[in-house]
Ligand binder design. Structure first.
Ligand SMILES: [Zn+2]
Ligand SMILES: [Zn+2]
Length: 390
């Protein structure tokens, strides 16, 4: 059984939808972590907390378009929704009383396998979860693990053997020079990852679009093509940034390609600096901001607390304050910063009090970043444009 990638030659619009923005405790206004990156029509999920499929149903995204899932770390608030989502997406069922007649014992291998990336434990978690819930999948999946230097570098690290729907070509991807470069790459997009500091092994993902064709000015080329009676179809080649040699020896050059978009999606962290160089100049940075010190705004602020004590507590639990997120965004020269993964103290509803708190959290991050900062709510959706003018 093998997985075959969807062939993409062009992305078009790129968009991020926050499906869950809570930290440890979900609430009626914030679901557990999950984020969808839409690349044209394809959807990549980053983390898959409990009830992610409910959130997908509330969003305009189509669950059937999910092609890849990237897990930042195996804390439950980031992975508990994965197995139920797989069961829905891959036509899962619990078998029949007879057993042998269940059509799902024949896994459909025509469709490309769902590709899952995550740290050590992701493969074992999925395999064991499916096996012990007797979940039979009607389509295949594969798990690629990002192994830290301290992890076993080979093997599945579970005694349970792969079940029917699991492709056997799951890779154990080893770090080189402290990062995982190009864990996925096609003609138009690539994904790299780097470790980030949290209370357990955790990964930040960097999605980079390949350079895209620049804007073409046809009036520069058409007279030359007409003059030399060259077929207008060469415009396509020029549009792609290629060159065309005309009959009289003149060479026309298409407009130079421009830098593609870069999106950085970090998992939980109190220090993402090992990802800094990969993340440089991101068009969009998603950074957690679990805890904030908001005296006078958050009525549950303890009197003895200071910014320093809140920061120390956040760090000790592996998390960040808005100021820490803002400082990292500035360090990597991010163009935009969006915060997520908020404490249950900060609801994501539209009440005046909540809005005031979230504005204050955004302002704390902005004070370090030097630009406006957005605090995501569940189902917040943002388009990712090109930061560079043509
Ligand atoms: Zn978390
Ligand atoms: Zn965590």
């Amino acid at each position: 059984m093998s997985s075959s990638a969807v062939s993409r030659t062009y992305i078009g619009s790129m968009n991020l939808t926050f499906l869950g923005t809570a930290s440890a405790q979900p609430s009626t206004t914030r679901n557990h972590s999950a984020l969808a990156l839409r690349l044209g029509k394809d959807v990549w999920l980053f983390d898959c907390g409990e009830a992610t499929q409910h959130q997908l149903q509330k969003s305009p995204l189509k669950m059937g378009r999910i092609e890849k899932i990237f897990i930042t770390h195996t804390h439950g608030d980031h992975i508990f929704g994965l197995i139920p989502l797989m069961a829905s997406l891959l036509n899962g069922a619990g078998g029949t009383a007879e057993g042998s007649d269940d059509p799902r014992l024949n896994v459909n291998t025509e469709t490309p396998a769902l590709e899952i990336y995550g740290p050590l434990g992701t493969r074992a978690y999925v395999r064991n979860g499916l096996a012990y819930t007797h979940t039979l999948l009607g389509a295949s999946y594969v798990v690629h693990e990002l192994r830290f230097p301290s992890d076993p570098q080979i093997g599945d690290v579970t005694s349970l053997t792969p079940q029917l729907a699991e492709c056997l070509n799951g890779c154990n991807i080893l770090q080189v020079d402290g990062i995982w470069k190009d864990i996925f790459k096609d003609e138009v997009i690539s994904v790299s990852a780097a470790p980030i500091h949290h209370s357990v092994p955790c990964v930040g993902y960097v999605v980079t679009e390949a350079p895209v064709p620049g804007k073409i000015d046809p009036s520069k080329y058409i007279p030359e093509l007409k003059r030399t009676r060259t077929a207008m179809t060469v415009m396509r080649q020029l549009q792609q940034g290629g060159s065309v040699a005309l009959e009289d020896g003149t060479v026309l050059y298409g407009p130079p390609r421009k830098r593609g978009r870069k999106v950085v999606i970090l998992g939980d962290t109190f220090d993402p600096s090992p990802a800094a160089s990969l993340a440089e100049d991101a068009d969009m940075l998603v950074h957690e901001a679990t805890n904030a010190h908001l005296p006078g705004i958050d009525t549950s602020t303890k009197e003895a607390d200071t910014y320093e004590s809140v920061e120390a507590r956040a760090k000790s639990r592996g998390h960040s304050t808005p100021q820490m997120a803002g400082a990292f965004a500035k360090k990597i020269r991010a163009k935009r910063l969006i915060l997520n993964h908020f404490s249950a103290r900060y609801p994501g509803d539209d009440s005046e009090e909540s809005k005031q708190i979230m504005t204050a959290i955004g302002n704390l991050a902005a004070s370090e970043f030097g630009q406006n900062v957005v605090c995501a709510k569940d189902l917040t959706s943002v388009d990712i444009g090109f930061s560079e003018k043509q």
